[in-house]
Design a protein around this ligand. Structure first.
Ligand code: HEM
Ligand code: HEM
Length: 204
């Protein structure tokens, strides 16, 4: 769907506005921001009264991930899981142009962005699974599956749960840095489309 309003600076008539992010994907994104940020906070500053809440935010994150995988199979093309994994040719062609001071105008995630989304979804899945087997001795609290495994498995799960939480923080920092790079250097606002659904993309 094209629009009469002018495109991003310097895009001439090579770009048009299209509905790229459907409502479920946008709702998924902003809900995920809420559950992951709160889950990280409640894990970091856990106490007797809040550890249970930390579990619930973990389960809410799990439900969102399950929805996203389903939507990645039945949803529209830009949100498909298949669109997240670029071919090597597409990836290298994108990398050779990424520094150019112009909007990429990709109809969906750019190839590198797609890979970072996959990394984020995988890291969150590891975080949820290890959480189910983790234990906090000090708070006499444990994930619902910890009672079925040995003490050494619990220790391993605790370590992975901690390390993956740092990986997730790193991925979020990269995610926000990439969005700022696009905004400031490439003069392309990716945030607005994640709110309205409409994005400036290259004409086919
Ligand atoms: C806890 C923090 C965050 C997490 C876990 C997260 C996760 C994600 C995920 C999984 C996607 C892919 C969406 C999909 O296809 O389903 C995504 C895309 C996106 N996120 Fe976030 N996000 C976070 C914070 C933010 C923040 C603070 C912003 C705004 C400044 C933001 C802006 C965006 C944008 C603009 C996209 C689309 C990028 C593109 O056009 O390729 N995110 N995010
Ligand atoms: C994406 C979801 C999750 C995130 C982002 C997250 C994050 C965190 C963080 C940052 C910590 C503190 C790590 C440390 O300082 O040692 C933590 C601890 C913990 N989390 Fe999670 N978590 C998630 C899901 C879950 C789930 C689903 C459960 C269980 C149902 C769980 C159970 C625990 C337990 C028992 C601890 C304490 C472990 C210890 O004492 O070392 N987490 N979590």
């Amino acid at each position: 769907m094209s629009a009469a309003t002018p495109g991003p600076e310097g895009s001439g008539d090579t770009m048009e506005q299209r509905r790229v992010w459907d409502l479920p994907t946008r709702l998924f994104h902003w809900a995920l921001v809420g559950t992951v940020a709160t889950g990280l906070y409640l894990g970091e500053y856990r106490s007797f009264t809040t550890i249970e809440l930390h579990f619930y935010f973990g389960y809410a994150t799990a439900a969102l991930l399950a929805f996203r995988v389903l939507w990645g199979v039945i949803g529209p093309r830009p949100s498909r899981l298949k669109s997240l994994l670029p071919s090597p040719k597409r990836l290298f062609s994108y990398l050779s142009r990424v520094g150019r001071r112009e909007p990429s105008g990709t109809e969906g995630h750019n190839p590198l962005g797609g890979l970072s989304v996959v990394a984020m979804l995988l890291a969150l899945s590891v975080q949820i699974v290890t959480g189910l087997f983790a234990q906090d001795d000090g708070l006499f609290s444990e994930g619902p599956l910890a009672e079925y495994v040995s003490d050494s498995t619990i220790l391993t799960m605790n370590s992975i749960h901690y390390i993956t939480s740092r990986v997730i923080l790193g991925l979020i920092a990269l995610h926000i840095a990439a969005i700022l790079f696009y905004l400031v250097w490439k003069r392309e606002n990716l945030i607005k489309p994640m709110v309205s659904g409409r994005k400036w993309v290259r004409r086919r």
